[in-house]
Design a protein around this ligand. Structure first.
Ligand code: SF4
Length: 286
C-alpha cells in the first residue's frame, strides 16, 4: 500500500510540474493570468487607445463604435505631460475666478465682445462669434476660431465641421442645445489662418470669463490650436490626446477638430474614444 501511495504521489507531482511550467514565466502566461498578476496602470498611464483598439462595431457619427472598458470615466485629473511650460503648469491649478474688469454676465460679456477692437481681426470680421447652446450645460466645447460660415452667421460651428460636431454631440446622446459651444477667438482670422499668439492673448480673457461664468464639469477642446491656447503649451496633439488636463480646476479633454476629421476620417476612431470619456465624465457627476 505504502509503495502504491508513493507511486501515485510521484505521478501527481509530475502532472503538477507539467501544468505550471507549460506557460513558462509571466511573459508566457495567458492574457487573463497576465492581467491579474500585473499591477493595474492608472488611467493616465494606461496604454494609448490606438494600441488597445478592439474590434469595431456600429458607427455613431460616421465612425466605428469602440467599446473600451477601462478607458472611460477618468477618476482624477493627471499632471500635464512634459512639454507644458512651467507657468502653465502653475496656472493650471489656480482655480478660475471671475474677473473684475469684464462683465459678470454672459449677455453683457457678449455685448462687449461685439464691440471689441482689441486686435486687428476686428478690421476683417463680419460678425463676432460669441457662443451657442445652453449656458446651463455641464459640457463646453471650445474650438479655435470662427470660419467663413460662422463669420457670416455669428454662430460657432455652423459649416460642414459644425454639422459633424452636431453628429458627434448626438453620438454621446446629447443635443446641440444641451451643450455650450464657443471658440478661443471671437473673430475670424483671414483665410482661416492659425490665430496669432497676440490675438489669442487679447481674446483669451473673454473666454476665461465665459468659462468662469459657466463653470462646466468638463471642457472638450477641439483641435490643437484650442488645446494649446487653453493650456498655454506648445505640446503636440499626439502627446496630449487620451489624457485629461486641468484648465484652472476644470477637467479638459483634448480631441481633434471636426474639420480635421473631415480631412482625415481615420482620426475619427480616436475622436470617438475621446468623446466617450467626455460623456462618461459628464455622467459621472449626475
Ligand atoms: S478676436 Fe477677440 S480680441 Fe480680437 S477683436 Fe475679436 S473679440 Fe476682440
Amino acid at each position: 500500500m505504502a509503495r502504491e501511495a508513493r507511486v501515485l504521489l510521484s505521478r501527481n507531482r509530475g502532472r503538477l510540474k507539467l501544468s505550471t511550467s507549460s506557460f513558462g514565466g509571466e511573459a508566457d502566461a495567458p492574457p487573463m493570468l497576465r492581467s491579474l498578476s500585473s499591477p493595474a496602470l492608472p488611467a493616465a498611464e494606461a496604454p494609448s487607445a490606438s494600441s488597445t483598439r478592439p474590434s469595431t462595431s456600429a458607427e455613431p457619427f460616421g465612425m466605428e463604435n469602440l467599446a473600451l472598458p477601462g478607458l472611460e470615466a477618468p477618476k482624477r485629473v493627471p499632471l500635464p505631460p512634459p512639454g507644458l511650460a512651467a507657468a502653465a503648469l502653475a496656472s493650471a491649478y489656480i482655480p478660475l475666478a471671475l474677473r473684475d474688469d469684464l462683465p459678470r454676465d454672459l449677455d453683457g460679456l457678449g455685448a462687449m465682445v461685439a464691440g471689441c477692437r482689441k486686435c486687428g481681426l476686428c478690421e476683417t470680421r463680419t460678425k463676432t462669434v460669441f457662443a451657442d447652446g445652453s449656458p446651463l450645460s455641464k459640457l463646453v466645447f471650445v474650438g479655435e476660431a470662427p470660419g467663413r460660415d460662422e463669420d457670416l452667421s455669428g454662430l460657432p460651428f455652423v459649416g460642414r465641421a459644425g454639422q459633424l460636431l452636431d453628429k458627434m454631440i448626438a453620438a454621446i446622446d446629447m443635443k446641440r442645445e444641451e451643450v455650450y459651444i464657443c471658440n478661443v477667438l471671437k473673430c475670424r482670422p483671414p483665410d482661416n489662418r492659425t490665430p496669432a499668439p497676440e490675438e489669442v492673448a487679447q481674446c483669451r480673457p473673454y473666454l476665461e470669463q465665459q468659462l468662469a461664468l459657466l463653470r462646466p464639469v468638463v471642457i472638450c477642446a477641439l483641435g490643437l490650436s484650442a488645446v494649446q491656447a487653453l493650456l498655454e503649451t506648445k505640446a503636440t496633439m499626439a502627446s496630449m490626446r487620451g489624457k485629461t488636463f486641468s484648465f484652472r480646476g476644470i477637467p479638459l479633454i483634448p480631441t481633434y477638430h471636426p474639420a480635421a476629421l473631415l480631412r482625415n476620417p481615420g482620426l475619427k476612431r480616436d475622436a470617438w474614444i475621446d468623446l466617450q470619456r467626455v460623456r462618461d465624465l459628464v455622467r459621472s457627476v449626475g
